[in-house]
Design a protein around this ligand. Structure first.
Ligand code: KIV
Length: 271
């Protein structure tokens, strides 16, 4: 199925309707104006300004160091490029956990200063107060369960989550809690495909999978991973559509050669 160009602007209501008619939802990350413009023009449904910017843009090992100001800088660049997609922005680590007032303040900054359309938070029942308070301000909230990278030091590894029955049951309960609170969608990261299926069938809001198998209502990948700009990150769920690392490297090597050989610029490339 190709992109529905009839839809001029993706909203949370459009996503809900997509789930109802069984149309899959496409989502990718973006962190800057130039790439967000391409991704939006291609017809992606949701652009996530993910805190994975901490890894792919800033070179940190985890998502924890990125600040609210840095997220707002990335998000405002993306929003300026986007005409059709829904722009969701991650609340970074330390801006919502255990403090619903702070969660609302952080969200308001993201909405006002970046012009985002929604926010995403990691966690289940333990962040209910923060989600509830953000929703009272009329801001749509996307949940995120399973592998939640902001809790990496609690889990210790990036392996598949909720393989054990107890953890799978807890995830299902959390997904239902997020739905009852009023979240418009929930990301399910790196969990067994069978569990994604169960959760997606149980919820009436869309699920968006990353490493969660085909049964999620939509899929998300980190843009730099699927374009092959990042090299080392090679989980099983990642499909690389390009090898841009080598393509860009080749172009830069070519340019260097041309400069050194006095091939660039030529007669037509000067004034
Ligand atoms: O920050 C991010 O890119 C994310 C996706 C992996 C879902 O949260």
């Amino acid at each position: 199925m190709s992109v529905n160009k009839e839809i001029k602007r993706i909203t949370t209501h459009v996503l809900q309707a997509m789930k109802l008619r069984g149309e899959k939802i496409s989502m990718l990350t973006a962190y800057d104006y130039s790439l967000a413009r391409i991704v939006d023009e291609a017809g992606i449904d949701i652009i996530l300004v993910g805190d994975s910017a901490s890894n792919v843009m800033a070179g940190h090992e985890t998502t924890l160091p990125i600040t609210l100001d840095q997220m707002i800088y990335h998000a405002s660049s993306v929003v300026r490029a986007v005409k059709r997609s829904l722009v969701v922005v991650d609340l970074p680590f330390g801006t919502y956990q255990g403090n619903s007032k702070l969660a609302l303040e952080s969200t308001i900054r993201i909405m006002k200063e970046a012009g985002a359309h929604a926010v995403k938070l990691e966690g289940g029942a333990e962040i209910s107060d923060s989600i509830r308070r953000i929703l009272t301000a009329g801001v749509p909230v996307m949940g995120h369960l399973g592998l939640t990278p902001q809790s990496i030091y609690k889990f210790g590894t990036y392996t598949v989550r909720a393989r054990e029955e107890a953890e799978a049951e807890k995830l299902m309960e959390d997904a239902l809690t997020l739905q009852e609170l009023g979240c418009f969608a929930v990301v399910l990261e790196k969990i067994p495909a069978e569990l994604t299926k169960k959760v997606s069938e149980k919820l009436h809001i869309p699920t968006i999978g990353i490493g969660g198998g085909v049964h999620a209502d939509g899929q998300v990948l980190v843009l730099h991973d699927m374009l092959g700009i990042t090299k080392e990150f090679q989980p099983r769920f990642l499909r690389r559509y390009l090898d841009l690392f080598e393509t860009i490297k080749g172009a830069v090597e070519h340019y260097i050669e041309d400069v050194k050989n006095r091939d660039f610029p030529n007669e037509q490339e000067q004034y």
